[in-house]
Design a protein. Structure first.
Lengths: 519, 363
């Protein structure tokens, strides 16, 4: 076998706060391969990529590039040596044109001045060479779609002659159609001799695109495999360290005499004159999970925040079990039977400086036996904390631990435990498993199903199509603040079909969408 | 206990949160004292002697020691008022303005007691001062709750306004005719707090202060309000999401803190003064902040901090009578350095980081 283009030897990274992100990582990247780095969120993939790209320094270990030991002093040096990276969050300036963005930092000049004509010509040539002809190099970044922005980021690395291109979770922001297109382009880059490092936790995509896979768990490598030699199941086991049961339908059982618990009618919301929500109407019965699919930023956030009271209600009605809660305070809404797992668990869902017990009772600390008229009963609060920590298998030394000392998955378990504990009629779960490890995520999924089986009405909002499709009983798709599709059952519905609605290519007839409400 | 019991028992380490904070605090105190020693080296012929005196003088006689307790009382009240603000993430430094104005209002009742029965008049005086302090503090509280105004700016401005208004009230209504200066008439004897340690100036004020420490501790850790305060203070968005109302809480905290400052003012005046004669602000805003910070926003911690600082202040003041070089201002150096070091998030942090890397690296 020829010399690997990039080789990592015993890379270890310990953060100043003591977190061991990577430990003795050994990986070899061959020239012209698509090499996937697979692992759960928090396994240490992103840190490793930052070390290769010299955004972070390794605590110890050695990187070899084209056979030579290298110590890049910063990402500029990594770039000039032919390593490019497309970050999960794009680093583009909205007011620039595509051409300007691509040449930024390496501009063609005419004397002292920027040579715009050459810039446009050069970027156009580049786009043509790599089959990105659909990109208009004179368009403003602000007017591009997410997938177009990603293409600009890729072109940026190619403009700087990147031989190794690192893509950090590139499909997280894409629809299924866009993902397919990206994969075709990546295969083409491979043909042209580029090495692609593809970071993802979506196994089906990894199996589809990569030649080889390296699995990272808890900062350690768990081997590099030929993609053809491993199955999804084996890979899952390697990644999470155990077997996983994903058949949720088997866990579900019907609820008798279900009545409508959440009824949303004509919900509209404007933010500074811009319409964010228009005429949202749906209802959910006891023992039902209604999924909300959609590309992020199409009104899901406003809908959830309006229902839960984080933003002031404007128009329309929200009823829980017949009671209009639309203009109530958050406390009254919660008293009426609403629970809410917020998207931003660190800002809304917990306070990291306080104990697990104090965090886990924040929505019901004022009720007996946790407190009397004036006093809180700390012993009862600790008892409740301990109970919930055990019930939800939160990994902590004790319920007195600060929430900030827990991992993301365990913090989310604390949030879910608290929202579960009030035995809600309606549960709004917003991105309930985003950014947490697969083990915790599947545990939380099971808890949601369990609540559903016990007669709660669940509104599940998620950018993860897999999640909404596997958990929901019924599904709506949101696009630009409206419901554009309604599926009374998910049997036979494909991801790509949903993709068409998510992108706004198709819309269902209003008479079908009306069915989302039982009235 | 299920799997949680299996999680390994933690070994003690100086890099853990609580030991690290204690280490940080002690290092700050040592550094501050060393710098004051350095200053002494410049001004004193016998710096070692003077330094030792400074650290031990109050223990030379019971009277000297009692002086520490006397000095400590207003610092305890200021510390309690400020730590409640800090707990709620409110950087209100207005304690000294409130001290001043509530003392002024109390003076009306101290000069002309309502009943003539000592204990009842004392209670009335303290209650008036507490009420005045609480009500006045509602103003920044309201501005914060309603319009999210910057409490620090408002409280600092209010200090000057309250001082000006207070001084005007003293001159216009409280000053005896034909007397110059800015003093009121003498307080009635019956309202003066009872001495509880013969031969010293220690009064029932110290008991009131310690009772307040206990009450604030109970408030913070045992009541629903305290729970709300802690949650709101550590993450306001989380508290709102959980259904707590920030508006009422802001007002209530301001009222309680203001009332504590007012009480402190009354206790100080009735314990150590013949009449209202403050012609400057008592300087308790920043000192209160120092108490709160040194005590990690814990009422007991703040009390210990108040003892420490008043120990040094009392010592310096006593020594100033005999030593040509020691002055109370020297202690200001210590206080300023302490404030600086304790409020610096990064002080000793790189040491901690290195230690932690060493520990983890060995695993």
């Amino acid at each position: 076998m020829s010399e690997p283009i990039l080789k990592l030897e015993k890379i270890t990274k310990i953060y100043p706060n003591g977190v061991v992100a990577n430990k003795d990582i050994d990986i070899e990247f061959e020239k012209g391969e698509i090499h996937a780095i697979c692992g759960e969120n928090g396994a240490g993939k992103s840190t490793l990529m930052k070390i290769i790209f010299a955004i972070e320094n390794a605590t110890s270990g050695q990187i070899y590039y084209k056979g030579q030991p290298v110590h890049f002093s910063g990402s500029m040096e990594a770039i000039s040596n032919g390593i490019g990276m497309v970050h999960q969050h794009f680093m583009l300036i909205p007011s620039f044109t595509v051409a300007q963005s691509i040449i930024l930092g390496d501009e063609p000049k005419k004397g002292m001045f920027l040579d715009n004509a050459t810039a446009i010509e050069k970027t156009r040539e580049l786009a043509h060479k790599y089959n990105f002809d659909d990109i208009d190099v004179t368009a403003k970044i602000a007017n591009l779609t997410v997938s177009e922005k990603q293409k600009v980021e890729i072109l940026k690395t190619l403009y700087r002659d990147a031989e190794v291109i690192i893509l950090d979770e590139p499909t997280a922001v894409l629809t299924p159609q866009e993902t397919d297109e990206l994969f075709n382009q990546l295969r083409q880059f491979k043909q042209m001799g580029h090495t692609i490092v593809f970071i993802s936790h979506k196994l089906n995509e990894v199996m589809d695109i990569s030649d080889r896979i390296t699995v990272i768990r808890n900062g350690h490598t768990y081997g590099t495999y030929q993609t053809a030699d491993v199955t999804m199941e084996q890979l899952t086991e390697l990644i999470i360290g155990r077997k996983l049961d994903t058949d949720f339908d088997a866990l579900k059982h019907p609820v008798e005499n279900a009545k409508v618990l959440l009824d949303v009618k004509n919900l509209s919301y404007k933010d500074g004159g811009v319409t964010k929500l228009e005429d949202i109407t749906f209802s959910i019965k006891a023992g039902e999970i209604l999924g909300v699919a959609g590309v992020q930023g199409n009104g899901q956030e406003e809908m959830v925040r309006d229902i839960t009271g984080l933003i002031p209600h404007q128009s329309g009605t929200v009823k829980i079990d017949g009671t209009d809660i639309s203009s109530m305070t958050i406390k009254k809404k919660r008293d009426s039977g609403l629970s809410y797992i917020p998207e931003d668990r660190m800002e809304d869902g917990c306070t990291v400086k306080e104990s697990i017990a104090d965090n886990i009772v924040s929505t019901f600390y004022q009720k007996p036996p946790l407190s009397g008229k004036f006093f809180i009963h700390n012993r009862e609060i600790l008892k409740k904390g301990r109970e919930l920590v055990e019930r939800f298998s939160v990994k902590a030394t004790s319920e007195k631990d600060k929430v900030g000392s827990l991992s993301g998955g365990n913090i989310q378990k604390v949030v879910v435990a608290r929202e579960w504990a009030t035995d809600p009629k309606v549960m709004v779960a917003e991105q309930p498993t985003r950014g947490i490890d697969i083990g915790s995520a599947s545990y939380i999924h099971e808890q949601l199903i369990d609540m559903r089986n016990n007669g709660a009405a669940i509104l599940l909002v998620s950018a993860d199509l897999n999640e909404v499709m596997s958990l929901s009983d019924r599904l709506i798709v949101m696009y630009e603040g409206r419901i554009v599709a309604y599926f009374p059952s998910l049997k036979g519905v494909s991801e790509s079909e949903l993709g068409l609605y998510m992108l706004g290519v198709q819309k269902m007839d209003p008479s079908v969408i009306k069915e989302a409400s039982y009235e | 206990m299920s799997e949680n019991a299996a999680v390994k028992q933690k070994k003690f380490s100086w890099t853990d949160e609580v030991p690290f904070e204690i280490l940080r605090l002690f290092t700050a105190i040592v550094v501050a004292l060393l710098i004051s020693f350095l200053v002494l080296c410049f001004v004193s012929d016998n710096p070692v002697n003077d330094f030792v005196s400074l650290l031990t003088y109050p223990f030379k006689s019971p009277f000297y020691f009692s002086y520490v307790l006397v000095k400590m009382i207003p610092l305890v009240f200021a510390g309690l008022a400020t730590l409640l603000y800090f707990r709620a993430s409110l950087f209100n430094l207005g304690t000294e303005g409130v001290f001043y104005i509530s003392g002024v209002f109390m003076t009306f009742f101290a000069v002309n007691p309502l009943t003539g029965i000592g204990i009842i008049d004392q209670i009335i005086c303290i209650a008036v001062a507490a009420l005045a302090g609480g009500l006045i503090s509602l103003l920044p509280g309201f501005l914060k709750a309603k319009w999210n105004a910057d409490v620090m700016v408002i409280s600092l401005m209010m200090n000057n306004i309250l001082f000006g208004v207070g001084l005007w009230i003293v001159r216009t209504f409280l000053q005896p005719a034909g007397v110059s200066g800015n003093s009121s008439e003498y307080f009635a004897d019956s309202v003066r707090l009872t001495r509880i340690w013969t031969g010293t100036q220690v009064t029932t004020g110290i008991i009131i202060a310690l009772v307040m420490v206990a009450l604030v501790w109970v408030l913070l850790y045992k009541t629903k309000l305290g729970y709300q305060l802690r949650m709101t203070g550590s993450n306001a968005r989380f508290a709102a999401y959980s259904g707590m109302s920030a508006f009422g809480l802001m007002l209530l905290i301001h009222f309680i803190s203001g009332a504590i400052a007012g009480m402190g003012s009354a206790v100080e005046l009735l314990g150590n003064y013949q009449r209202f004669s403050w012609s400057t602000l008592p300087g308790l805003g920043f000192t209160g902040a120092l108490m709160a910070m040194m005590g990690k926003n814990n009422p007991i911690g703040a009390t210990i901090a108040a003892f420490g600082i008043s120990y040094l202040r009392a010592s310096a003041q006593l020594l100033a009578n005999t030593s040509p070089v020691i002055d109370v201002k020297m202690i200001s150096i210590v206080e300023v350095i302490l404030t600086l070091l304790i409020s610096s998030q990064y002080f000793l942090r790189s040491w901690r980081n290195k230690q932690m890397i060493k520990e983890k690296g060995g695993e």
